[in-house]
Design a protein around this ligand. Structure first.
Ligand code: C2E
Ligand code: CA
Ligand code: CA
Length: 548
C-alpha cells in the first residue's frame, strides 16, 4: 500500500472529524466521520455556511479561537457544539487548525460522551439524591458567589423536628415524603438569584436575594417561608404537622465571609431550637454574646463545683399572725467575680442545661441541713429551711438517697427541711418524682410549690400530691396594691389552698403596705425585702434573735 492509500484509508475510517474550510465560510471537504457523527449528508454539509451548523452560543467564540490558533497565539484545543440532523448537538474538541492558501485545515474529536459523564458527575456532586435539590456543596458555592457580589438578602438554616409521631404512625418512609415536600415548598419560594438546598437529613439552608432592594421586606419574606413550612402535610389523607426551627442572618455589605455567615445563622438556629415549638430567630450579636457568656459560665461552674466556691444565704420567712420568724429560704450565692456576683437566676438554668445541677443541689442540701442543725444545737433556733430543687433533680433516682443521708449525717430534723419545687416539676409528673415526693412526705420533709400561679398546674392538679405550702409568686404581690385582678388571684389561691389543707406564703413583699394587704387577704406567711434581704448564716442568726 502506498502512503497515499494508507492516508485515504485513515481519512475514510477515522472517527475524528476532518475538514477543509474555505475563506467563504463554507466547508470544502469533509471526511465520512462527519456524516456518521452528525447525520447530515456530505452535500447537506457543503451547501450551507459552516457557521449554521455551530450552536448559536458558540459561533462567536469559535471564530475567535480559530483566529487565535491561526495567528499562533495558542495551540490549545477548544470545544464547541455542532448541530446534528435530528436537532441534537454533539460536543467537538478541535485540536489542530492550520491554514494554507486560503484554506483552513482542522481536526476534531467527538467528546459528547465525556461531556455527558462530566455533567452527570457534576450533578451528583451538587445534588441531594433524595429530593433532587441542590446539596450543601452547591449551597456553599452559591453563597460564596453571592457574598462576593455584595448583595442584600438573607441566609436561613432550617431544621425539622417532632417527626417521632409521623414515624410512629406512618413509618419511617413517610418522613421522606415530608422532606421532599419541604424541598418543594422551599424551592417554590426561590427566584433565580436565590437557592434552597438540602444540607442534612432534616436540615435545609437557603440563600435568598430579593428581586428588588427593599431591605425592609426581608423579614417578611423570611417569616412567610417559615409559615409556609408549617402548613400541614398531607400523608395518606391525614393532616400532619411538624416543628420547624429557622435561624436567619441578613446579608449586607459587611458580611463577606462565608464561615462567619454560616456560624451566625447556626447560632440563630440554635437559639430557635431552644423553643419547644416552631420558632424563627433572626441573628443578633447579643445572641452570640449570650452564648459566649454561657460557655464562660459553664466553664467557671466546673471549677467552682470542684473548689466549693458557693455560699448559701438565708432569707427569713415570717408568720403574719404571730410576726415570728418561722422559716427561711436558702438561696445560693456565687462570689465568682469581684464586682457583681452572678445571679442564680442566670447561672442555675445554665447549670441545669449543662447537667451540673445535681452537684450544685447536693451541695445546697448538705449545706442547708448542716446550717439548720447547727442553728438548732448552738442557738436553739428551730426553724424551717427551704431549699430550691430543680425539676430534673427531683426526678433523679439518687435524690432521695442523698437527702436522707444528709439528714442523718447532720442530725437535722426532717421536719425542719422544706423543698421548694416549681409547678413545672410537678407537671412533668414522672414516676420517680411522684415517688420521691411521697417518700419525702413520709420522712416528714415538707414541700412548697415555688412561683405559684406562673406555671400551668391547677389547684385541682396539685391536690394529687402531698403539698404543704404554696408560694405565691412575686409578680402577684408586686401588682396587688394597684391591681384588682392580682388581689383576686391571691384571695382565691388562699381560699383553695386552705380548703385543701395547705398554707400560703407570699414572696416579694417590699413595703409595709404589702405586708398589711397580704395579712388582710389571708396569707399565712410572708418573705421579702421588707423583712430582710437574703444574708449569710451568721448574720441570719443575729437577725433572727433581734427580730420580734
Ligand atoms: P426564687 O426561688 O423564686 O427565689 C426568690 C428570689 O427572689 C431570690 O432571688 C430572692 O433574693 C428574691 N427576692 C426575695 N424577696 C424579694 C423582694 O422583696 N423583692 C425582690 N425584687 N426580690 C426578692 P435570687 O436569690 O437571686 O434567686 C433567683 C432564683 O434562682 C430563685 O428564685 C431560684 O429559682 C434560683 N435559685 C436560687 N438559689 C437556688 C438554689 O440553691 N438552687 C436552685 N435550684 N435554684 C436556686
Ligand atoms: Ca424558691
Ligand atoms: Ca419564687
Amino acid at each position: 500500500m502506498s502512503s497515499n492509500e494508507i492516508y485515504e484509508l485513515f481519512y475514510n475510517l477515522s472517527t475524528d472529524l476532518m475538514c477543509i474550510a474555505g475563506e467563504d465560510g463554507y466547508f470544502k471537504q469533509l471526511n465520512p466521520a462527519w456524516t456518521r457523527t452528525l447525520g447530515w449528508t456530505n452535500d447537506e454539509l457543503l451547501s450551507e455556511p459552516l457557521a449554521s451548523f455551530i450552536h448559536p452560543d458558540d459561533v462567536e467564540a469559535t471564530f475567535i479561537e480559530v483566529a487565535r490558533q491561526l495567528s499562533g497565539e495558542t495551540t490549545e484545543a477548544f470545544v464547541n457544539r455542532y448541530r446534528c440532523k435530528d436537532g441534537s448537538y454533539r460536543w467537538l474538541e478541535w485540536m489542530t487548525t492550520s491554514a494554507s492558501e486560503g484554506n483552513l485545515f482542522a481536526n476534531a474529536t467527538d467528546i459528547t460522551e465525556r461531556k455527558n459523564a462530566e455533567k452527570k458527575i457534576h450533578r451528583l456532586a451538587y445534588t441531594d439524591p433524595d429530593t433532587g435539590m441542590p446539596n450543601e456543596v452547591a449551597f456553599l458555592e452559591h453563597l460564596k458567589e453571592t457574598l462576593n457580589q455584595n448583595r442584600y438578602g438573607f441566609v436561613a438554616s432550617i431544621t425539622l423536628s417532632e417527626l417521632g409521631d409521623v414515624i410512629g404512625t406512618f413509618g419511617l418512609e413517610a418522613t421522606d415524603l415530608i422532606f421532599y415536600e419541604v424541598g418543594e415548598r422551599l424551592s417554590n419560594q426561590m427566584n433565580d438569584k436565590s437557592l434552597a438546598a438540602r444540607v442534612g437529613k432534616r436540615s435545609f439552608k437557603i440563600t435568598y436575594i430579593p428581586n428588588d432592594k427593599n431591605i425592609n421586606a426581608l423579614k417578611g419574606i423570611a417569616s412567610k417561608i417559615f409559615h409556609i413550612l408549617q402548613d400541614p402535610f398531607d400523608l395518606m389523607g391525614a393532616e400532619v404537622f411538624i416543628n420547624v426551627n429557622m435561624g436567619v442572618k441578613e446579608i449586607n455589605v459587611e458580611t463577606s465571609i462565608v464561615e462567619t455567615m454560616i456560624t451566625d445563622v447556626e447560632i440563630a438556629l440554635y437559639e430557635a431550637m431552644k423553643s419547644a415549638s416552631s420558632s424563627l430567630i433572626f441573628f443578633q450579636s447579643s445572641i452570640k454574646e449570650g452564648l459566649i457568656r454561657n460557655t464562660q459560665i459553664v466553664s467557671w461552674l466546673h471549677t467552682s463545683i470542684e473548689n466549693n466556691e458557693f455560699q448559701l444565704f438565708f432569707q427569713p420567712q415570717v408568720n403574719l399572725r404571730t410576726n415570728k420568724i418561722v422559716g427561711c429560704e436558702a438561696l445560693i450565692r456565687w462570689p465568682k467575680t469581684t464586682d457583681k456576683w452572678i445571679s442564680p437566676a442566670e447561672f442555675i438554668p445554665i447549670a441545669e442545661r449543662a447537667g451540673l445541677i445535681g452537684d450544685i443541689t447536693r451541695w445546697t442540701v448538705v449545706e442547708g441541713c448542716r446550717t439548720a442543725a447547727f442553728w438548732a444545737e448552738k442557738y436553739k433556733l428551730n426553724i424551717r429551711v427551704g431549699v430550691n430543687i430543680s425539676a430534673e433533680e427531683l426526678a433523679s433516682h439518687g435524690f432521695l438517697d442523698y437527702v436522707s443521708r444528709y439528714l442523718e449525717e447532720t442530725k437535722m430534723l426532717p421536719e425542719s427541711l422544706e423543698i421548694e419545687i416549681t409547678e413545672t416539676a410537678l407537671m412533668k409528673d414522672t414516676d420517680v418524682a411522684s415517688r420521691n415526693l411521697e417518700l419525702l412526705h413520709d420522712m416528714g420533709v415538707s414541700v412548697a410549690i415555688d412561683d405559684f400561679g406562673t406555671g400551668q398546674a391547677s389547684l385541682a392538679y396539685i391536690k394529687n400530691f402531698q403539698i404543704d405550702r404554696l408560694k405565691i409568686d412575686q409578680s402577684f404581690v408586686k401588682g396587688a396594691l394597684q391591681n384588682k385582678t392580682d388581689r383576686a388571684i391571691i384571695v382565691s389561691v388562699v381560699k383553695l389552698a386552705h380548703s385543701l389543707g395547705m398554707d400560703v406564703i407570699a414572696e416579694g413583699a417590699e413595703e409595709k403596705q404589702h405586708i398589711d394587704l397580704l395579712t388582710s387577704l389571708g396569707c399565712d406567711e410572708v418573705q421579702g425585702y421588707y423583712i430582710a434581704k437574703p444574708m449569710p448564716a451568721d448574720q441570719f442568726v443575729e437577725f433572727a434573735h433581734a427580730y420580734s
